[in-house]
Design a protein around this ligand. Structure first.
Ligand SMILES: Cc1cc2nc3c(=O)[nH]c(=O)nc-3n(C[C@H](O)[C@H](O)[C@H](O)COP(=O)(O)OP(=O)(O)OC[C@H]3O[C@@H](n4cnc5c(N)ncnc54)[C@H](O)[C@@H]3O)c2cc1C
Length: 407
């Protein structure tokens, strides 16, 4: 099935329920990279856009399997929330990454940029890495191991800046997530766990992708065990922790002219704290301009955003029995302000965006709404607020606290 076809909530649920019986073998099967990737769930995009909720996956997993049998699977499901929570406390890691993505092309020598482009196009000369680059461009999906190997190849073999490799993933991965992507790249580069880099090894590729990536051995000597030496990667600036924003987890009384704004950080408002809202209108912004100019997303990635937002709007229209509009706009803030004016909204309710592109809009959006006298109410799911409060250190202390809720 093409990744875009799996994106509606209905198809995500079908895919998830087909995968549920395979959870017991996930721990032993997940590391293999093989054609079709049916040893892993390929639910990343549905989870990232929340057309499928981690809470549902966790509850259904535990209804079907014991914690012991499902532990590895549950851990992986929780990694994403761990990264999300970590980035809430360290938001400037996101901001600095975006700044470097904009500034590096002006600062790097032309030959470095030309090499970066060749590696991204799958023309590095290391055949197995070129297969991965082309798979990403063609399908918008990569297995976790392939992401690790390719990111390591980029940073520690090609010695290219991690920020531009992370941007290549962000532009093409359909499940591209500001936290999982940026922080996984930082982990590979040795920035996330200080002094600990992830080094790609040919023997590891041969073990886990024997037929998939090892048919053509061209250039593979560059990945030979012991040949890859860690690049010393420095922080680009200050990354001191901040006190994360706290959001309410339940709705108080709302205005009788309330609108619901849905966005790609959570597209299932009909389940959870917004389920009982009575909006007069629902809206989501689609911005070809932002996708292509600000983020230079691949056409497939832009199409995936259209697909999930369309699906979210359709479900919202049915659930709330009110009009649900796709605001096609070059400027999402201006688009939302027009929607507020046209519908005479006194209040707009939304899930609190997490650190990333939607969150970056908030200062301007809040100021514009305030100028119009419209209240912006941002709500966080209880389970996110709980998980994020545990993400203050490494994953394993986080997991100890998280997993107490599952036993
Ligand atoms: C360099 C690099 C970049 C990455 N970029 C992203 C990204 O942009 N978006 C993204 O969702 N994941 C990212 N990951 C994490 C992981 O590779 C993907 O979540 C996973 O491969 C998605 O495929 P799947 O759904 O088939 O995974 P499965 O193995 O079936 O896992 C199920 C779910 O668990 C979560 N998960 C699994 N592994 C991880 C992990 N290591 N970190 C965080 N969550 C995980 C995901 O939500 C995933 O869908 C990245 C990893 C690396 C090394």
């Amino acid at each position: 099935m093409h990744p875009l076809d799996r994106l509606t909530r209905q198809m995500a649920l079908v895919s998830w329920r087909a995968f549920l019986p395979l959870v017991p073998s996930y721990a032993s099967a997940r590391n293999r990279v093989q054609a079709g990737h049916d040893n892993v769930s390929r639910l990343g995009a549905s989870i990232r856009f929340r057309t499928l909720l981690e809470d549902e996956i966790i509850a259904e997993t535990l209804a079907e399997h014991s914690f012991q049998i499902a532990e590895k699977w549950l851990q992986e499901i929780c990694w994403r929330r761990y990264w999300k929570g970590w980035l809430e406390i360290n938001p400037q890691v996101w901001t600095q990454w975006r700044q470097r993505v904009r500034s590096l092309p002006q600062q790097l020598p032309a030959e470095t940029l030309a090499r970066a482009r060749a590696v991204m196009c799958g023309e590095s000369g290391v055949a197995c890495m070129d297969v991965i680059a082309r798979e990403l461009i063609e399908t918008g999906y990569l297995h976790n191991h392939a992401r690790m190997w390719w990111a390591s190849f980029w940073v520690h073999v090609e010695k290219l800046p991690w920020e531009l490799g992370a941007d290549f993933f962000f532009r093409h991965l359909i499940d591209a997530d500001p936290a999982s992507n940026t922080l996984s790249w930082r982990w590979v580069a040795g920035l996330q766990t200080r002094g600990k880099s992830y080094l790609v090894k040919l023997s590891n590729i041969e073990k886990y992708a024997p037929n998939y990536l090892t048919g053509n051995t061209a250039g593979s000597e560059r990945l030979a065990d012991g040949a890859v030496v860690a690049s010393i990667v420095e922080e680009a600036g200050d990354v001191a922790k901040k006190v994360p924003m706290q959001y309410p987890t339940a709705l108080g009384p709302t205005s009788n002219r309330t609108g619901l704004w849905i966005h790609p950080d959570d597209l299932t408002p009909e389940i959870g704290p917004l389920a009982l809202l009575a909006p007069v209108s629902v809206a989501a912004c689609l911005s070809g301009y932002v996708y292509s100019q600000t983020y230079q997303l691949s056409s497939q990635r832009a199409a995936s955003l259209h697909a999930v937002l369309g699906d979210g709007l359709e479900r919202a229209a049915a659930h709330y029995a009110c009009p649900a509009l796709a605001l096609e706009t070059d400027d999402p803030v201006a688009g939302l302000c027009s929607w507020v004016r046209e519908n005479e909204l006194a209040e707009v309710v939304a899930f609190a965006p997490m650190i990333g592109p939607i969150h970056d809009m908030l200062p301007r959006l809040s100021a514009s709404f305030a100028a119009m006298g419209t209240r912006l109410t941002l709500i966080r799911r209880v389970s996110d607020a709980t998980a994020f409060s545990f993400a203050t250190a490494g994953f394993f202390p986080f997991w100890v606290k998280m997993s107490r809720h599952f036993k």
